[in-house]
Design a protein. Structure first.
Length: 337
């Protein structure tokens, strides 16, 4: 939406064609909308890795419709594009080769420095034509190498490609495949533990590396769950030993731990640790959880249950500490060798 606003198309122009509350694409509605446009210029945007669930749009089917109605197919593959690295998830990216443009972030699953991103555009003439500029003070450069100021909005930019090259050179396809598959396994492990917990509820399938769930104690009314989960999310962040984001999915407040950090590995169970987290959680009673009102005693119990349960589930896959210096040395040695 921000990009559409910046280029002048407007934030009100896009149409979201969802078939359910979770936002899954309605293919029939997409074809009807393209047909109704009568061949007018249109951009179809597909999601490769939803931020709440890791889910994918049916990219191949969307590409067929885009070609049929002469629409531009853009794919937002911010982190989901890396699913192509593993044979276990590669099918999710089927159809990406038919896109007119694909965007992906390097600072997510690639673990490059923040604000690193890539754009792949099928037609280089259209790409350069959109961003090229000329001026007397700009020297003419040979087209044998990329002129980055003609390929993006920025006229001046730092060398973002250097750390990307370094990490690709250090770990390569096999290294990244191993990391992605480790993260996929960890996400499934978290999902299994959520499913086994009587007071937690998983809200979506886990096709990739994001687990969407919420606390749902059996003795807490549905009307109170959103506020309770908001406050519980704040509690876990305040505790500081694990981190996960709070979101809304299908109209419900939920948590969405996403496993992407290269240091995240499986560790053994922390039964003592998770009990300690629950016991150390300071005074979050039922009244504080639900807007100061006096609620059932079950809410107070839900507080500590979620605190230790979510913390233990996620701490079982916590970061293995490595100093920044040793990490840099490791990469340098790999490149040098």
């Amino acid at each position: 939406m921000k990009a559409l606003g910046l280029v002048g198309i407007g934030r009100e122009r896009p149409r979201i064609l969802a078939r359910d509350q979770a936002g899954r694409l309605d293919l029939e509605a997409l074809e009807a909308a393209l047909q109704a446009d009568g061949g007018s210029p249109a951009i179809v945007v597909a999601t490769a890795g939803d931020v709440n669930t890791g889910d994918f749009d049916p990219i191949r089917a969307m590409s067929v419709l885009a070609r049929k109605y002469r629409a531009w197919l853009h794919i937002d593959g911010a982190f989901g594009l890396y699913a192509a690295l593993s044979p276990h998830t590669r099918h999710l990216t089927d159809g990406i080769d038919s896109a007119d443009s694909v965007a992906v972030d390097g600072h997510k699953w690639l673990n490059a420095p923040y604000d690193t991103g890539f754009a792949f555009v099928r037609d280089p003439a259209i790409h350069a034509g959109s961003f090229s500029t000329t001026a007397a003070y700009l020297r003419t450069e040979a087209l044998a190498r990329p002129v980055y100021c003609n390929l993006a909005v920025e006229m001046s930019r730092r060398a973002r490609a250097l750390p990307v090259w370094a990490t690709l050179r250090a770990y390569g396809r096999d290294g990244y495949r191993a990391m992605v598959e480790r993260h996929l396994a960890l996400a499934q492990r978290v999902a299994d533990q959520v499913d086994e917990a009587p007071d937690l509820e998983r809200l979506a399938d886990v096709p990739l590396n994001v687990v969407c769930f919420r606390s749902h104690p059996p003795d807490v009314p549905e009307a109170d769950l959103d506020e309770m989960n908001r406050r519980l999310g704040a509690m876990v962040l305040e505790d500081g030993r694990v981190y996960f984001g709070t979101t809304e999915y299908a109209g419900k407040v939920a948590f969405r731990p996403a496993v992407v950090n290269w240091r995240t590995r499986r560790r053994g169970p922390h039964r003592d640790g998770r009990t300690r987290v629950g016991r150390e959680t300071p005074g979050y009673g039922a009244g504080r959880l639900i807007g100061g009102r006096s609620e059932s005693a079950g809410l107070a119990g839900a507080t500590s249950r979620l605190a230790w349960r979510t913390s233990s589930i996620l701490r079982a896959s916590r970061f293995i500490s490595r100093s920044p210096r040793s990490s840099r040395l490791t990469i340098w040695r790999r490149i040098s060798s």
